[in-house]
Design a protein around this ligand. Structure first.
Ligand SMILES: Cc1ncc(COP(=O)(O)O)c(C=O)c1O
Length: 468
């Protein structure tokens, strides 16, 4: 059986494949067929050829096969002969520790080249995690690849989907680390506004409904839906559903960059991810989801993963083959040992501890904001992540006015007074002036937070005095 779906792309009526399969008793969703992505893949992605050796590597895992294939070094010549580490027990992190040692086989895997998409056992563990966290079962129109952090995968996904000069939808303010990717492709960055409920779907709709007929519509939307870097905002369920509906109507794919997913500490139940929500859509395959272990296990370990339709993952895999062959086997082997030992329940317990840790940090920071800056700035309380995004207010108690630009105060006055923060302008694709400032509350002890905000008060008052 097949079904017909309009993607919203001009002149494009595409067929989606209907699956009669049922996975774990649930009816599997309809998945978009591989040809659907033909219109999305960039010229660079289409031009990339597979590496002849790496393409055959998965066959080495065929039982009974003797491989004379890859020029792999013999691990017995490597000097590292054992690897042990200690981890906190997620069931009682303050009192118990678990000693771990990679088995000779695990160590050999960690020291050797492996598959371009990542260690098969870690891919498997991630499939299980996504089923628990997002209710997306393996085989339901998506697959996994591991990268050197999510940044590596975001870069590869963008270059697999976007041609130089094309228009892209970017929520604004946006994670400053993706701007150079779009800038290097000379993209026409279309800002989509955000507010306390996250991305503004009405702003997105208005942009798309007034899109010039002669100009190709954007193929991707980039968004950070939980504890957004820099605003700290989490997109509401309603907004997410509207964005999903718009993606079908106007034919764009959603790049869901979600490194703060496990750092949600809001009191209300968390909204599901786009990746989960799309399962309830008439078909699946419009969400490219990025996860990261950086905020919950280690940022130095450089392990992130993408969950996306096979065609997109394959295009990214070809990029990895030519750019860096694969993510680090050793990092993956360490992460896998830890994750398997903890199990999914342990991972969940650990991430709950981590999110509570940041909730407490948020509370300390907010209390200091109230103490020192309540009359000088305004902010919305973040419910996930590690950032507060606050606005310098334009009018002082004495009636003097302040420039609608945080940059000079933050870069010069604040620094002179011994405090560093980021002016909001660096998070805006257009680089326009803004009164906002991003402060990270992840690292500082309470006394340093207090001192920093005290200094910021003096810097702002000083700036006001000199601009009066
Ligand atoms: C929104 C966002 N995306 C991606 C990244 C990159 O994370 P990773 O360490 O997984 O590469 C960061 C890092 O701060 C981030 O804030």
């Amino acid at each position: 059986m097949s079904d017909t779906v309009s993607t919203g792309q001009p002149d494009t009526i595409l067929k989606s494949v209907s699956s009669e399969n049922s996975i774990n008793g649930q009816r599997a969703p309809k998945t978009l067929p591989g040809e659907f992505y033909e219109q999305y893949l960039s010229r660079a992605a289409k031009n990339r050829q597979p590496d002849a050796i790496r393409s055959l590597l998965p066959l080495e895992h065929t039982p009974g096969v003797i491989s004379l294939l890859a020029g792999k070094p013999n691990t017995s010549t490597f000097p590292i002969s054992s690897l042990q580490f200690t981890t906190r027990d997620p069931a009682s992190p303050s009192s118990n520790e678990i000693q771990l040692q990679l088995s000779p086989q695990e160590l050999a895997v960690g020291l050797q080249y492996s598959l371009t998409r990542g260690l098969p056992d870690l891919q498997e563990w991630i499939h299980g995690l996504q089923a628990i966290s997002h209710k997306r079962e393996k085989g339901e129109g998506w697959t996994v690849a591991i990268g050197a952090g999510s940044q590596d995968l975001i870069y590869k996904a963008v270059t697999a989907l976007v041609n130089p000069g094309e228009a892209v939808l970017i929520e604004a303010p946006v994670y400053a680390g993706v701007l150079p990717i779009f800038q290097s492709l000379d993209c026409d960055m279309i800002e989509v506004e955000t507010d306390a409920q996250g991305i503004r779907s009405d702003s997105l709709r208005a942009t798309l409904e007034s899109w010039p007929a002669a100009k190709p519509k954007p193929k991707v939307l980039y968004t950070v839906p939980y504890g957004c870097n820099p605003t700290g905002m989490t997109a509401s369920l309603e907004r997410r559903l509207e964005v999903l509906a718009l993606s079908r109507e106007h034919g764009f794919l959603i790049l869901e960059d979600d490194p703060y997913y496990y750092l949600y500490y809001g009191s209300a139940p968390r909204p599901p991810s786009y990746f989960q929500l799309e399962r309830e859509q008439p078909d699946v395959g419009r969400v490219v989801r990025f996860d990261s272990l950086s905020k919950v296990l280690s940022s130095g370990i450089r392990v992130g993963f993408v969950s996306a339709p096979e065609v997109i993952v394959r295009a990214m895999e070809l990029h990895t083959m030519m750019a860096n062959l694969q993510p680090s086997s050793l990092s993956q082997a360490i992460a896998l040992k830890l994750l398997r030992t903890w199990g999914y329940a342990g991972f969940r317990a650990h991430t709950e501890h981590v999110s509570q840790f940041y909730r407490e940090k948020r509370d300390v920071f907010e209390a200091a904001l109230r103490r020192h800056l309540a009359d000088l700035v305004e902010w919305t309380t973040p419910e996930a992540g590690m950032f507060v995004w606050f606005k310098l207010l334009g009018t002082a108690a004495d009636g003097s006015t302040l420039e609608n630009d945080s940059e000079s105060i933050i870069r010069t006055k604040a620094f002179e007074h011994g405090v560093l923060a980021l002016p909001g302008t660096v998070f805006l694709p257009s680089g326009r002036k803004t009164a906002y400032v991003r402060a990270a509350f992840s690292l500082l002890p309470p006394e340093d937070v207090d001192e920093a905000l005290k200094r910021l008060r003096v810097a702002i008052l000083d700036a006001r005095a000199s601009s009066a």
